[in-house]
Design a protein around this ligand. Structure first.
Ligand SMILES: C[S@@+](CC[C@H](N)C(=O)[O-])C[C@H]1O[C@@H](n2cnc3c(N)ncnc32)[C@H](O)[C@@H]1O
Length: 279
């Protein structure tokens, strides 16, 4: 990470507290997950719970072994493991894997041996083992910015599945405009860490390249310490559902179902969940 010596955009597009004394602001570039990992669970994972029962019920219905690709801090992996299903997680972020590993220590003794973790890029999944299902939740696929990477990911998942195995993935709904002005996104106190976190975000749409960039301005203040301020971004690809389906069918998947919410609504809703079978 390097210290920031530039502003992103005009003054009004960054929070006031980031406009001055910029010497100690850390520019964490696009390593959003590594940089904010220490607070990620409190900021995001503890708030997003609506999809967990969707994945756990599929895991119980169809059984393991399961791979969760881009498992992050284990938000879904831990409940799936707790249901007694054999599950492995992979992610590219060391920090997210470290947090997941910590959480796995609290799993019961009879469950822990049925779990595994490994560092892997979605575009080069390394598994020899064949899985009954692969989960790719929470729009992680949208982190892959070009077709080459997206194809490599789906091919890797296809290779990692048993014949007749199932891929379950969630992608972002496609929008024409993702631009969003600067806004306060989170303001929380984490009692066990005696830490206050304030986060602002701004979304920038690069329509020409069908990408949107989320700029995060994060201030982490531990009691008795100087606040840590950092600017970090992540970029996501806007991928129409038909394109994802095209990649899947072109790679040897049969799309079984598309759900528009976590209750498996097949007609309307603001989610895009794809269930595809390896043929
Ligand atoms: C939105 S989080 C989802 C985490 C977890 N699946 C969940 O549902 O909470 C996206 C995850 O994708 C990971 N990620 C992003 N790009 C990746 C890549 N190219 N290969 C592997 N993991 C990646 C990040 O490190 C992060 O943990």
């Amino acid at each position: 990470m390097k210290k920031i010596n530039r502003f992103i955009g005009s003054a009004s597009s960054i929070p006031l507290s980031f406009r001055y004394n910029t010497d100690d602001i850390i520019d964490a570039g696009d390593s959003f997950y590594d940089a904010t990992g220490e607070c990620y669970s409190a900021l995001f994972a503890d708030k997003k719970k609506d999809d967990i029962s969707f994945y756990v019920s599929l895991a119980k219905e169809r059984g393991g072994p399961i791979l969760e690709a881009a498992c992050g801090d284990g938000r879904i992996l831990i409940p799936v493991a707790s249901a007694g299903i054999n599950v492995t997680g992979s992610d590219v972020s060391e920090e997210m894997l470290r947090i997941c590993r910590e959480k796995m220590k609290d799993l019961p003794d009879q469950i822990r041996p049925k779990t595994g973790l490994c560092r892997a890029d979605l575009r080069a999944l390394p598994f020899r083992q064949k899985f009954r299902m692969v989960f790719l939740p929470y729009n992680s696929f949208n982190h892959l910015l070009n077709r080459e990477g997206q194809n490599a990911c789906i091919r890797g998942i296809h290779d990692a599945l048993q014949a007749g195995g199932t891929l379950v993935m969630e992608v972002l709904p496609y929008h024409e405009n993702y631009d969003r002005a600067l806004m306060l996104r989170k303001k929380i106190y984490i009692p066990e860490k005696k830490t206050k976190v304030v986060m602002y975000s701004r979304l920038e749409h690069d329509k020409e390249n069908c990408r949107h960039k989320v700029h995060w301005f994060t201030q982490i203040k531990k009691r008795g310490k100087k606040p840590k301020r950092m600017i970090t971004t992540f970029t996501r690809k806007d991928i129409p559902l038909e394109v994802v389906i095209g990649i899947l069918t072109g790679t040897g998947f049969n799309v079984e179902d598309i759900f528009y919410d976590y209750r498996r609504n097949t007609e309307k809703g603001d989610k895009r969940l794809i269930i595809a079978e390896k043929v």
